[in-house]
Write a protein that binds this ligand. Structure first.
Ligand SMILES: CC(C)(COP(=O)(O)OP(=O)(O)OC[C@H]1O[C@@H](n2cnc3c(N)ncnc32)[C@H](O)[C@@H]1OP(=O)(O)O)[C@@H](O)C(=O)NCCC(=O)NCCS
Length: 182
């Protein structure tokens, strides 16, 4: 199985594969972002210690090795400002994109720019035919990303596939972009 590139430059950002050496930056960024992540991300409910970051980065490494997920730091001028991933969790031929940004970086188009780059990376893999983005119906900012990139809404699931986070209403909205023909 082929993995996407470990470094993906975009017009303003560099997406780079996460490594254990990122532990302090991840710990710092997530800790600062927790109140902003908590409404939407189940893992953000608990306290986020340095040990949590270490455990997560071990999981990230194993997932890359097993080709179940490819996780990247979103960096701007060498600073980690968020994270994004391509995950094999939606069946054969598909990759799902996820993302979060530090609250200071919201409203600048970085999430859309990162997702656009991951779409290209996904379709550079020979076995990938479609890319999806899933979000809760109440997470309007998240839904605006696939909309901007020309994804089509293809499904809504109720109940949702994961336990509810505090800001969610319990409806998963699924957006999809198919591999361009030709
Ligand atoms: C989801 C999340 C990453 C979206 O962040 P975002 O900043 O709204 O998305 P973008 O970075 O693409 O920025 C879009 C905004 O920048 C503006 N923008 C500025 N320059 C832009 C550019 N070059 N390209 C696109 N948009 C641009 C857009 O008009 C839009 O503005 P608006 O806020 O007035 O609508 C962010 O809200 C977040 O981290 N949420 C918490 C975690 C989360 O919910 N993750 C998803 C779980 S499903």
């Amino acid at each position: 199985m082929t993995a996407p590139p470990e470094q993906i430059p975009t017009p303003r950002l560099l997406l780079r594969r996460l490594h254990q050496s990122d532990v302090d930056e991840v710990h710092q960024a997530v800790t600062a972002a927790l109140p902003h992540l908590r409404p939407w991300m189940p893992w953000a409910e608990a306290e986020y210690t340095r040990e949590t970051a270490t455990t997560w980065l071990t999981f990230v490494h194993q997932s890359w090795q097993s080709h179940t997920a490819y996780s990247y730091a979103i960096t701007h001028k060498n600073h980690l400002i968020g994270a994004t991933a391509l995950e094999r969790r939606i069946g054969p031929g598909g990759l799902e994109i996820g993302y979060w940004l530090h609250p200071d970086q919201v409203g600048t188009g970085y999430a859309t720019e990162a997702a656009a780059a991951l779409v290209q990376a996904a379709f550079s893999l020979p076995d990938i035919e479609f890319v999806q983005i899933w979000h809760d119906l109440a997470n309007v900012r998240s839904g605006a990303v696939p909309k901007r990139l020309g994804f089509a809404e293809v499904a809504r699931h109720e109940p949702p596939r994961e336990p509810l986070s505090p800001g969610e209403v319990g409806v998963d909205v699924v957006w999809q972009l198919d591999r361009p023909v030709g």
